[in-house]
Design a protein around this ligand. Structure first.
Ligand code: ADP
Ligand code: MG
Length: 444
């Protein structure tokens, strides 16, 4: 099959199966692969193993004393962190915690290395499942070793299971969405599955609407006259999503109520880049995990450091800032922000590192660059075929449900994967901005 035929097939498949998003007010297909990427089976398995263990780690570390200790400086330097702490009442409702996460890894020469965990608003599970279908369709009859990917279906099943366990008469699920969401269809798939397949009422709200219309009745959250069992955030990870005080009221209301919040404020705080850096240290891992688990997670990470931390790196002893200034191609500078497009690489990293004073430096971490061998990536972006040398990043979706007083999780599952590939020269991996594309994996 030639590539233009593949492209035509892929385009219609994407429309037919809703691999879509909004782009400048129009409906457009998402950037999608025309040729799945081959990766070692060991990379895939290592990521899956580490992902399950990371959930235990985050659940243990999401404690007030630990978070206050390590985020104290960030709280002073960054009003967003301060606002999150304020939305977390000391007498918070004791309730179950549901994690719906995606943990992202790159294939370095030495194996899977974590880029970050997404414990909040992890997106593209539904779309990723459909890309699995796309590749099977494009390559029918060829024996590709494609792992089954049912991430969207399993995600909704775990939400439904949790809902049915804790529901009250007439209660429902709220999806918290940002105004003007371009990735709306990925959410619509989950929403409609919950409604149609699982018979669960779902309502979409903005933080603003929930802050204005939400209320507490005997400890339960009510919105639009109905009780809420579960709040699923697809917004709220950036300060832009909180234009008014009402938005913060919404966060506090949820925390004070019996409603299960995916994620809770504690979960969001444990998911900061600062805590990722703190959990990079072996003595900290050992506070929460046995030595074998700590080994697995340490092995799945590259070096992270705060800017003025003294580290030893490739035989040098200096502050991380000095080391990164001397080797800017080997490091990434990350502010405590989520959602893509915030990191500094190369020359910009140098400029920014020189500019930041000691107080400002508290709101950043440095992370070692994860290096990988590029491969040929052929994909369809804005209806055009692109073909260039690419690198990739694999996320593993999970569901993990904990109940107070029970040490074992009630749900502890891998759901499927997301593979995002991008041109080897591009630094960020934002699919909705066309910087990367939805890919699928064949295991070698
Ligand atoms: P966020 O998604 O919250 O903006 P990430 O930590 O995922 O932040 O970084 C965004 C992107 O930058 C990643 O998807 C990846 O493409 C690139 N990136 C981040 N950290 C590294 C790293 N250590 N090595 C190589 N690339 C990285
Ligand atoms: Mg990311």
């Amino acid at each position: 099959v030639n590539v233009s035929e593949l492209a035509a097939e892929a385009r219609e498949y994407a429309i037919c199966h809703g691999i879509l998003r909004y782009r400048e007010g129009q409906i457009a297909h998402l950037p999608i692969t025309l040729r799945p990427c081959s990766l070692p089976q060991a990379f895939y398995e290592q990521g899956r193993q580490a992902t399950l263990l990371f959930n235990y780690l985050y659940h243990e570390a999401a404690r007030r004393d630990f978070l206050e200790e390590h985020l104290g400086a960030a709280r002073d330097a960054d009003p967003f962190v301060a606002n999150l702490f304020e939305a977390w009442p000391r007498d918070a409702h004791e309730k179950p915690t549901l994690y719906l996460t995606r943990n992202d890894y790159m294939p370095s020469q030495d194996g899977a290395r974590q880029v970050e965990a997404n414990l909040m608003a992890a997106s593209l599970a539904a779309m990723s499942e459909r890309v699995d279908g796309l590749v099977r369709y494009l390559y029918q009859g060829e024996s590709l070793n494609l792992p089954v990917n049912r991430s969207g279906t399993k995600l909704t099943r775990c939400m439904a299971e949790t809902f049915h366990r804790y529901k009250k008469p007439g209660s429902r699920i709220l999806f918290v969405i940002p105004p003007g969401e371009s990735n709306a269809f990925d959410q619509r798939v989950l929403q409609t599955r919950l409604q149609v397949d699982h018979d669960i009422p779902v309502r979409r709200v903005s933080l603003q609407e929930l802050g204005e219309g939400g209320e507490l009745r005997a400890g339960d959250l009510y919105y639009g006259g109905a009780p809420v069992t579960l709040v699923y955030f697809r917004a709220g990870y950036t300060p832009d999503h909180y234009p008014t005080e009402s938005c913060w009221r919404a966060r506090r209301l949820i925390e004070e109520s019996s409603a299960i919040s995916v994620p809770s404020v504690a979960t969001q705080l444990v998911n900061t880049k600062k805590i990722q850096q703190v959990l990079n240290q072996r003595d900290v891992l050992l506070q929460f995990l046995d030595p074998q688990a700590a080994d697995v997670l340490q092995n799945a990470q590259v070096r992270l450091a705060s800017l003025d931390q003294k580290i030893s790196w490739r035989g040098q002893e200096a502050s991380a800032r000095e080391i990164a200034l001397a080797h800017p191609e080997e490091w990434v500078l990350k502010p405590f922000r989520e959602g893509g497009g915030n990191n500094f690489f190369g020359a910009e990293l140098v400029q920014q590192l020189r500019r930041l004073d000691a107080a400002e430096a508290q709101a950043y971490v440095l992370m070692e660059m994860i290096r990988q061998t590029p491969f040929r990536g052929v994909r369809l972006v804005q209806e055009q075929v692109l073909d260039s040398s690419c690198v990739t990043e694999m996320g593993h979706y999970t569901a993990h449900l904990r109940e107070p007083g029970r040490s074992a999780p009630l749900i502890d599952e891998l759901l499927g994967y997301l593979l995002r590939s991008k041109d080897a020269h591009s630094s960020e991996a934002f699919v909705l901005g066309d910087h990367s594309y939805l890919d699928a994996v064949t295991l070698a």
